[in-house]
Design a protein. Sequence first.
Length: 289
Amino acid sequence: MLGGRVTISDQYDVGLPNGPLSLAISAASDRGAVRSINEDSFLVLPRLFLVADGMGGHSFGDRASQCVVHSFARTIGHHAVLTPEHVVQAITDANREVIELNSDGAVSGTTLSGVALVSVGADAEPRWMAFNVGDSRVYHWDGRNLEQVTVDHSAVQELLELGHITDFEALTHPDRNVITRALGIHPDVSPDFWLLPVGTHHTFLACSDGLSKELDDDLIAAILADRGALAEAESIADRLVAAAIAAGGSDNVTVVVVEATRATSTNAIDEATGDRGSSPYLEQTRPRK
């Protein structure tokens, strides 16, 4: 994506054993106020939604993020039903293909974050699968609270976990742009995964760090909550991207918003009270290194 705003929106139903799931999708990407090239890419498929934030400069990051999008589309675009294994294979294939881009001496890589609707084993009820590599994020919005589902693979996040810096210090730390995992760097990629119940209503937000660097969680939540402020033909993804650019737009910014609603649910989750029980996520991820 060389520049300019790219935006899409769509609505459709996905047939599930316990009743159809209605999806409202919006996505937007912009090079921001400073960069001349947009090295972000996104992909929207019927059951999979992702953001890739390329890095490398001189358009090499652009090539890497688009390589991931094309690779995912080839690997799983033809599957009517997705499984966690399909997503894992797609990440592995995409990592290999980005590495192959570097065979001409160029250095490029990309982060990745997204959600997929997957079938797990013999369970009739599917799950939402969130995944990430790097510092692109997935958030969950329940109508009142915004929660970061993924954990950044970054130097600053590791310093936070060790207690060496505070959240406030992380905002201006000199290593805040240093990531510890990415696609295209090592033959063995280590993504993180989370499995979440479908429930009656979920809103997921996948984004590049161009959003999270400019807008804090409270402001993101306020924008998600204030639907009455949307102009005609403006999507919630448009509004988030515009807000990030207005706040400085120092980087490319890309957002994919997935709003999933079902009239009834068989999950043992009280969506009205926000009670998720004793285990909010069925986490399936490797230990962080």
